[in-house]
Design a protein around this ligand. Structure first.
Ligand code: UD1
Ligand code: MG
Length: 483
């Protein structure tokens, strides 16, 4: 009974109401392209392939979705002809629709790559938050032989296609808002843009479409009336969750859906025991894994891959991306962390911020302290090292218990190449020092405040490199001339 499923994602439209150069399906929700959400969900129903119809901004849409799919690693790169089965990841492929003559015309372009033994599941690239379980339920309603439509009752159905039923409740047609009569516009059950249909039947119906309607487009929704005429049963699978069928057509709808999405993510985390000071002021644009007793204050933005250990506290107004933060560490307010590709690690019990910046390759050991206006890049700080104020550590290896003074910097770049600074264990670097790399400060040594260190220093020594202090007695300051 189980027929193979081919997913078709319509993503060729312009999205005029977004008023943007970016193709609509590439606008971001929760840090991912709208159509990225759709293909991620498609990959979770056991499909043998996902066919994306592109048109407006096709090259850009294809590039973004192909790289998204390979990063998520849930798509195979095979063709249907290679005999992909439901247990292997679906193949992702693109088919162009040029020009764009409507949703029916869009699906027509996919027909050459759809085999008649399957079910076609049609999704819209601008409807991002449908759940895989909902699609699976729709496929069950289709049962390999019916036309199954995902529908919803909406208080304000303006703009949507309406589900027209007869007195027995059987679906007769979908009528687009622009083509609907006043009576039909009273109907509150709408078509979501999502259907599951036996491919062999779909092929026949698509061949019968015309564009004699208010928009002079080939409507996919017209297949319903052909199904009825052919005696094929049309079954509406009506759900109650509007977020799952909400489409994005304007910046306002995008922002509203973003909040709905964030609310759901926040609820999932709180269900796991994460304490969010305010779920309405929380943003997750990547993945966030949390241990127990994690506290997150307001306006934290998480991006990329973030792991927070047990008891981690995140202060207000932090931007945190691509980092692993170990148990008990505290990130104080207004801290910016982005490990990008190299990643950042923060050791157990470390204190970071307020106003700190951790850049790629910052690797902080346990109990390290990084204070306000301190920037760390590609540097390792061993247990207990401290840089509490106004400092820069770039390409540095910092030993245990080092104290790195306010205003000190590693001069790691000579204008052409980067060089390493090594500060061995228990060194004390005074305030306002410049350590010109490559240079090593020997263990237990002290660097006098205001020193510019260009040569390595021996262990245990006091190193001072600055103009000697001179005091001239009886000095009188210049006075202003009176004319
Ligand atoms: C469509 C449905 C409508 C439904 C609504 C739900 C039709 C005729 N109407 O209307 O019944 O209530 O979705 O959101 O199907 N697209 C193409 N090529 C085209 C035209 C559109 O790929 O030539 C893509 C768009 O990029 C978009 C999707 O199809 O991802 C839907 O197109 P859109 O123009 O938004 O259709 P609606 O008017 O919203
Ligand atoms: Mg739409």
């Amino acid at each position: 009974m189980d027929k193979p499923v081919d997913v078709v994602v319509m993503a060729a439209g312009k999205g005029t109401r977004m008023k943007s150069k970016t193709p609509k399906v590439l606008h971001r929700l929760g840090g991912r392209a709208l159509a990225g959400h759709v293909i991620d969900t498609a990959a979770r129903v056991c499909a043998r392939q996902v066919v994306v119809i592109t048109g407006h901004g096709a090259a850009e849409v294809e590039a973004v979705l192909a790289s998204h799919a390979s990063a998520e690693r849930h798509f195979g790169v095979r063709n249907l002809a290679d005999g992909v089965t439901a247990t292997t990841p679906p193949a992702l492929r693109f088919v162009r629709q040029e020009p764009q003559l409507g949703t029916g015309h869009a699906v027509q372009q996919a027909l050459p790559v759809l085999a008649d033994d399957g079910i076609t599941l049609v999704l819209s690239g601008d409807v991002p938050l449908t759940e895989a379980a909902t699609l699976q339920a729709l496929l069950n309603v289709c049962a390999g032989r019916h036309l199954a439509l995902l529908t919803l009752t909406m208080p304000d159905p303006t703009g949507y296609g309406r589900i027209v039923r007869n007195d027995d409740g059987e679906v007769l047609a979908i009528v687009e808002h622009k083509d609907a009569t006043d009576v039909q516009r009273q109907i509150t059950e709408i078509y979501s843009g999502i259907m599951a249909v036996p491919t062999a039947l779909l092929r026949g119906w698509l061949g019968r479409l015309d564009n004699r309607n208010a928009q002079a487009e080939y409507y996919l929704t017209d297949v319903v009336k052909f199904a009825v005429a052919d005696g094929c049963s049309v079954r509406a699978h009506r759900i109650a969750d509007a977020v799952q069928v909400a489409g994005v057509n304007s910046p306002l709808q995008l922002a509203e859906l973003e909040r709905a999405h964030q609310r759901r993510l926040a609820e999932q985390l709180m269900t796991q025991g994460v304490r969010l000071a305010d779920p309405a002021r929380f943003d997750l644009r990547g993945s966030l894994a949390c241990g127990t007793d994690v506290d997150i204050d307001i306006n934290a933005v998480f991006d990329g891959t973030v792991v927070l250990g047990n008891g981690v506290r995140i202060g207000a107004n932090c931007c945190i991306a691509n980092v692993v933060i170990a148990d008990g560490a505290v990130i104080h307010p207004y801290t910016h962390i982005d490990g990008e590709k190299l990643g950042v690690t923060v050791g157990a019990g470390a204190l970071v911020g307020p106003f700190a910046r951790l850049r790629p390759g910052a690797d902080l050991g346990p109990e390290v302290h990084i204070g306000n206006f301190v920037e760390v890049k590609n540097s390792t700080l061993a247990a207990g090292a401290k840089a509490n104020h106004l400092a820069y550590l770039g390409d540095a290896t910092v030993g245990e218990r080092v104290n790195y003074g306010a205003g000190s910097i590693t001069a790691n770049y000579d204008g052409a190449n980067k060089h390493r600074t090594v500060i061995e264990a228990d060194v004390h670097v005074g305030s306002n020092c410049v350590l010109v790399a490559p240079v090593t400060i020997g263990a237990g040594g002290t660097v006098g405040g205001g020193s510019t260190i260009t040569k390595s220093t021996p262990p245990g020594a006091l190193s001072v490199a600055r103009g000697k202090q001179v005091s001239l007695g009886g000095w009188s300051r210049p006075v202003k001339k009176i004319k």
